[in-house]
Design a protein around this ligand. Structure first.
Ligand SMILES: C[S@@+](CC[C@H](N)C(=O)[O-])C[C@H]1O[C@@H](n2cnc3c(N)ncnc32)[C@H](O)[C@@H]1O
Length: 262
């Protein structure tokens, strides 16, 4: 797991593995946790390794998590994009939600853009790339259906605008918002240079806590390279900002900006 996905286990790994994997072992038909781990570690069993990783790393997320970030988007980033569009006619807006879980963050970004730009949004060539290694979470994200819990902290007017109720207390994100998020499988520990770069905004929140220091540092360097000059990086409020400061200018505790070369 460390070699493939950069994930380190907590100090009491044995207890942690037991508590997280017992239920899975019972349903998957493996004889024991050891047997599961042995098989998942076999070459060519990436699918099983990913299943194990999904049990061990939490995919928990929710809409409008860490509101200060969405407020900053609306007060600073989006007005800047609007000005640029008016000045230069450029309409592209590239945003990446890295470690997106089921897209709660990515959908919140699209909602923030639609709420800010109003009708003008349709003139933009905007979209959010949402990536993760958790196959089930990505699948849930693409379906766009969530329990009402996930929306608890979202601005009230967004609910009526961007959600449609389903049976059983569930909601679906409206199609116009779903269409602007593209879900893809991507491992943040792999080389990322196949991505074209030039992102105006990258959200990479609440995933670095799973990584060791070296993996974290490499990831931040890669993210900084993939940002457009003047682009913004948002990390989680509990993520350690140390390495980020090495590569980017810090604007707020968990918000960074790539310098525009003079
Ligand atoms: C707690 S969720 C964060 C979701 C969202 N960014 C947020 O802040 O609410 C952490 C996510 O990181 C993903 N993850 C863990 N290791 C990863 C890796 N090597 N590459 C990509 N995603 C990874 C997990 O699958 C999980 O969905």
């Amino acid at each position: 797991m460390h070699a493939r996905f950069g994930i380190v286990l907590p100090g009491d790994a044995e207890n942690f593995l037991r508590s997280r994997l017992l239920g899975y072992v019972n349903s998957s038909g493996h004889r024991s946790i050891n047997a599961l781990i042995r098989e998942a570690g076999t070459d060519g069993r990436d699918d099983l390794l990913i299943e194990v990783v999904e049990q061990l790393s939490t995919n928990h997320s929710y809409f409008y998590r860490e509101p200060a970030h969405f407020e900053f988007l609306a007060s600073t980033v989006l007005p800047e994009i609007k000005q640029r569009t008016t000045r230069s006619g450029r309409t592209d807006l590239r945003i990446w939600s890295a470690a997106a879980a089921a897209g709660e963050e990515a959908y919140s970004i699209v909602m923030a853009m639609r709420a800010y730009f109003g009708k003008q949004y349709e003139d933009l060539d905007a979209g959010v790339l949402a990536t993760d290694i958790a196959v089930r979470a990505l699948r849930r994200g693409a379906a766009g259906e969530f329990k009402s819990d996930a929306f608890r902290y979202m601005p009230a007017d967004w609910r009526s605008r961007f959600l449609e109720p389903l049976d059983g207390g569930r909601y679906r994100v409206v199609k116009s918002v779903r269409d602007d998020v593209m879900f893809r499988w991507l491992n943040l520990v792999d080389p990322l240079d196949f991505l074209r770069g030039g992102f105006h905004v990258i959200f990479c929140r609440n995933v670095m806590i799973y990584f060791d220091d070296d993996t974290r540092r490499k990831l931040i360097r890669n993210l900084a390279e993939l940002l457009a000059p003047g682009g913004y990086l948002f990390i989680g409020h509990t993520d350690n900002p140390d390495h980020t400061r090495e590569y980017l200018e810090q604007l707020q505790p968990a918000i960074f900006r790539k310098r525009i070369a003079s």
